[in-house]
Design a protein around this ligand. Sequence first.
Ligand code: BGC
Length: 745
Amino acid sequence: MKKTIIFSAAALVLAACATQPKFDGPAYLNPNAPVEERVEDALSRMTLEEKVGMTTAQSKFSSRGVPRLGIPEVWHTDGPHGIRPEVLWDEWDQAGWTNDSCTAFPALINLAATWDKEMSMLYGTSIGEEARYRKKDILLGPGVNICRTPYNGRNFEYMGEDPFLAGQMVVPYVQGVQKNGVAACVKHYAVNNQEFQRTQSNSVVDDRTLHEIYLPAFKAAVQEGDAWAIMGSYNLYNGQYNCHNKKLLCDILKGDWGFDGVVVSDWGGCRDSEEAILNGLDIEMGTWTNGLTGAASDSYRNYHMADPYLEGLRSGKYTTKELDDKVRRILRTIFRTSMRPEPNYGRFVCPEHYQAARDISAAGVVLLKNDNNTLPLNVPEGGKILLVGENAVKKMVVGGGSSNLKTAYEVNPLEGIQNAYGDKAEIVWVRGYVGDITRSYNRVDTGQDLSDDRTPEVLIAEAVEAAKDADYVIFVGGLNKSHHQDCEGADRIQLDLPYAQEDVIRALAEVTDNLVVVNISGSPVSMPWADDANAIVQGWYGGTETGNALADVLTGKVNPSGRLPFTIPYKYEDGPIKTERQYPGIKEEGSPYWQTHYDEGIYVGYRWYDTKEIPVQFPFGHGLSYTTFEYGDAKAAKASMTADGKMTVTVNVKNTGEREGAEIVQLYIADPVAGIDRPAKELKGFEKICLKPGESKTVSFEIDSADLSYYSIEENGWKAEAGEFQALIGPSSEDIRATASFELK
Ligand code: BGC
């Protein structure tokens, strides 16, 4: 009987082979040939000019293919929150397409705040589908630069202050994007942690800090996510520009990590032909930058890796060794994306993507404070909800720099509350303050006129009056996507809320006992008014569905489970950055560069506050729920582990409240007796669990010696010291509920 089955299977295979027509074209066109075979075959057919042609941009967002061989050009797109609207071939102006309004997904900091890897997979899959539908091959995202300073204008595009969290969250995003045949281009590699003087600033970082804080998320994206593309950053690291930084690209990325994908420059980030050619840059992107404006037409031919490269090859200055390596990587990218065998057409602006945007955004909303169960809202029939603040109505998908999007629609917080309550309650909005009235960015126009010339006094008086008879007052403020806020190209200039919002909050607190403050921002703001608010919610730039997602949490439709991906300090001065040398850096006399010394080393975010015992407003990992959770004792499976062994630590968590809810159970590791300075604790695991009232679950974490290690400068590698370690488990970096000790032999 068994034999018969084997026979029939073999017969089926033979029959299939017989019916499949033999591919008689060149191997590179054979969709069933292995990628490396296709690469070598295509390479062997190309002229020198065709090869060099592939290494430079040909338009704002595309680089050359090989037209003679039918190898398509490569289309790049921002990223990272949605698919950027089409611009003209060689202008930043909008191309005026009417079919390029995308689904705007939440900002990446919102995704990080979900602490939910499934949400990251949903995000990557959905945005990858949108990219594929729009025929894009490389998505310029995600960004994983660490939030070193709350002032960094691009913190909202990144995944917070902790390398482990960012590393865990980036992997599913990359995998989700790439399963659509779109390369994720992880950016901005590396130590690019400020916008101030971003193209002239040299990050001076020691090796331990580099490996422990700034590289792990990139490494995870490459080694665990198998990312197909990396973008070099604008800044310099240890004196060399990062788009052609030998140590970062050749030694670490392509050497140690075995990256076989393509390195793309940031736009205009390539500065030097020889370095770019020799130090691992594969595609030079960007136009009319860096003084390269000389050509009457097709300025791209002047680019560092275009004609100068060709001349260098012809004169014998360079050999084709580096060129062939670059072209192999570019071809590999093409065979993985536009010429890959599996057909895939993606999908765009569909209900599934809107739902994904809403679910992800809601899952990241963080309930910071909730005195006397102010939330969820419990509005009496015919009651009144007052919303105060510009961010309740301001459209925020537009703005912020290259992540600026043209979206199919955008639900603001006021509309979200209106959608939730319909005509069951009276919903009133008043302005409260005038912040940023800009309505367009990169010629994408919101069509929203927010101009208002009333004085702050008049606006506050109006808000106070309206608040007096309201059942709930919801202040929706924070930052926005304009210059010096959460925006590319410049940093923030203060930790406090701008536009006298603090005065509005305090005035409202005088007249209501139901004041909910919703702070919408992509980086921490100080909250000296925290005691005045009955509840505080950290919201984000949630994209298309931002208002509905926020309303889901405020109304209790979604029980909040978002957790802070960064620390909210009391004040800026409490943080690790104390000197100008550290931030924004010091301009050296006679040099065009700013030297930014990362003197705080590994003490970034909670690693600093925790170790130095500096109290904070809200700690990293913090977030409340509408239910409560009780932690049992943590149990280490055994008393000790060996360097090549593993240790399991378990904890039981019970929902002790009356609602179903999700808890993010966090594991931190402490090395109490160490021969070297180590942070008080470091995040090494987290798990999101959903529990019904009364239900409990056991969460188990597997620890290996990598989780116990630090990066040793002397040994140029990771090292775990033998001795006692502690597994600390709880709902935030400050709230440790269970501890288990074990020994590393
Ligand atoms: C940004 C990148 C972006 C690129 C293309 C640059 O200015 O730094 O993040 O992908 O522009 O728009």
